[in-house]
Design a protein around this ligand. Sequence first.
Ligand code: PLP
Length: 400
Amino acid sequence: MNSILSDRINQMEESATLAMAKKARELKVQGVDIISLSLGEPDFKTPKHIQEAAKSAIDEGKYFAYPPVAGYQDLREAIAKKLREGNHIVEAKAENIVVSTGAKHSIANVFMCMLNEGDEVVIFSPYWVSYAEIIKLAGGVPVLIEGTLENNFKATAAQLKKAITNKTKTIIYSSPCNPTGSVFSKEELEAIAAVVKSKEDVYVIADEIYELINFTGKHFSIASIPGMFERTITVNGFSKGYAMTGWRVGYICAPLFIAKACEKMQGQFTSGGTGIAQRAALAAIAGDQTPSKEMEKAYLQRRELVLGLLKEIPGIKTHVPEGAFYFFPDVTAFFGKQSGSHQIKNADDLCIYLLEEANVSVVTGAAFGAPDCVRLSYAASEEELKEALKRIKVALAKLA
Ligand SMILES: Cc1ncc(COP(=O)(O)O)c(C=O)c1O
């Protein structure tokens, strides 16, 4: 706490994933051989044709000036076309699209534009760490509905119905989900949409950033359901499916008044996203999709590898994630155990133990609203994954 700083920042939690990554980096600097399975970062390189588009954009010399606040018109048109043709969001037009500096920025814009003090946001839990902090920053109140391991961590329409009050402004979920890898089916989203439509003035924020890493082969966008376009802010971006985390490009597709509000907000905060990165994003969305398909295939192979290895570890309970690149195992079997000076009271303790004993970093589920679990990212090479899982198995076997 520092009284010179605002209450706003003093009350904000640090991102647990970034904190774990920082701790792992510090140990690495000391020469410890750390395997990091804590970050949500593809380990692939951005596909060549996307890199080339950025180089050409520099050579063309046209993209050095401030870009339009909502993004270049041709990129917005390409995104709208993709949403109409690929996601069946037939109403999507360029005017509904706002391009931002990563999907995280898109989500921040939306909450800043939609929430007044005390407005409630229903979050499908387990959930991505940043939702709750951004909601609180915008004056909102997070209300969690919880999925469990038994139902693949998917909260239901019935839970949503109970959670909605006259203060509810919007709901938010990610599918495929970070941290669980779960994917909502068409039927599940239709049931959720029916609840939303039965209430006046409740909106949906559908975070679809892991769309291109979906092993079911069936991505479904809630905004494609008749009557839902006007109620939905679809969030997506380039970080995960195109291995473009550092390029920082994300977007929303929203009803016009929300898109206009986000443009106004962004105009005062950051202006339009980086010009060169937007040219790369255009090549990504309008160009060859083969590299993304290949990455998806590699993630699926790794999922199978890690699933097999996790099953060999006594005490670990896991579901089979259908997308993204995370496992979210239940680790309660280790609570109350100890090894040397390490007492494992909860998932936080277990993460520290695994970092220090196995030199593998994973993230506590507490950061995602699920304190019985840990999140393990398999966006790492097969060799690293095999070695990491071997070390985890040995370390966990020492707990008694
Ligand atoms: C569920 C989810 N939404 C949004 C984001 C933000 O992505 P970016 O800001 O890199 O576009 C992430 C990144 O980890 C995520 O996991």
